[in-house]
Write a protein that binds this ligand. Structure first.
Ligand code: KIV
Ligand code: NA
Length: 266
């Protein structure tokens, strides 16, 4: 299959076809989501809380995200692989963002990067885009700023905040971003941003009017543990996996696994 590229993402918005995105942090899940036809796979810094046992995304490093992005890229044929730039790897300057993004692209083969912020990172987006690196923006609740935002809270509430969010979205578009994630934003505000932007919005906890949706895969697959209200569980993989492990343990203890067919006889 042809790799999903920025022009396909833009064409989807223009055709009114909704885009699909999930996180992936390793080869086996990336292979499954690619086969399922998910358009974009995000090697998110949500790896921190979802895979590495951290409380949030703040401790995640380039050195942790790079092997994950490499595995996801190797395991996909069609999905566009977007890699997050982690906290501390881009905020200081466009040059810092460029160095981190170049390293990510060179060492992983990811086709785009994502980082958080609006007007304050517009120059970063402009430099990267002009240097050949597609950038996805991320507005609304931006987890790397949770200590400033006062926790996991809906953003863009009230007319002033909604106006600011739309201005940030336009600043990202004007700087060359090819899409923008809207996280935990009131549905009407996300709808307004989607309406005024020429580039696609990818919502998470932002209602159905966005041009696409993204979810953390562990949340949508019911892997267990805390999941936000906006994440519908499309399966209960955690419970299924626990059952597989306990059935295995029971059969080993009973001596019924391995059976004759699981052994070599000569
Ligand atoms: O890291 C992540 O998973 C994300 C999505 C929630 C958009 O940034
Ligand atoms: Na992220």
């Amino acid at each position: 299959p042809r790799r999903v590229r920025v022009q396909h993402v833009q064409a989807a918005k223009e055709a009114g076809e909704r885009l699909t995105m999930l996180t992936a942090y390793d080869a086996p899940t990336a292979r499954i989501f690619d086969a399922a036809g998910i358009d974009m796979l995000l090697v998110g810094d949500s790896m921190g809380d979802n895979m590495l046992g951290h409380a949030n995304t703040i401790p995640v490093t380039m050195d942790e995200l790079i092997p994950a992005a490499r595995a996801v890229t190797r395991a996909t044929k069609r999905a566009m692989v977007v890699a997050d730039l982690p906290f501390g790897s881009y905020e200081a300057s466009p040059a810092q963002a460029h160095a981190s993004a170049v390293r990510m692209m060179k060492e992983t083969g990811a086709q785009a990067v994502k980082f958080e912020g609006g007007a304050r990172v517009a120059e970063h987006v402009r430099l990267l885009t002009s240097a050949g690196i597609p950038v996805m923006g991320h507005l609304g609740f931006t987890p790397q700023s949770e200590n400033v935002l006062g926790g996991k809270r809906v953003q863009g509430r009230g007319e002033d905040a909604a106006e600011l969010l739309c201005e940030d979205a336009l600043a990202l578009q004007e700087a060359g971003a090819f899409a923008v994630v809207l996280e935990m934003v009131p549905a009407p505000v996300a709808a307004r941003a989607t309406e005024i932007l020429a580039i696609p919005t990818i919502g998470i906890g932002a209602g159905a009017s966005c041009d696409g949706q993204v979810l953390v895969w562990l949340d949508m697959a019911g892997m267990g543990g805390w999941a936000p209200r906006f994440a519908k569980q499309f399966a209960q993989i955690g419970a299924e996996l626990e059952k597989a492990a306990s059935d295995y343990a029971a059969e080993v203890r009973a001596g019924s696994f391995p059976g004759r067919e699981h052994a070599y006889w000569e």
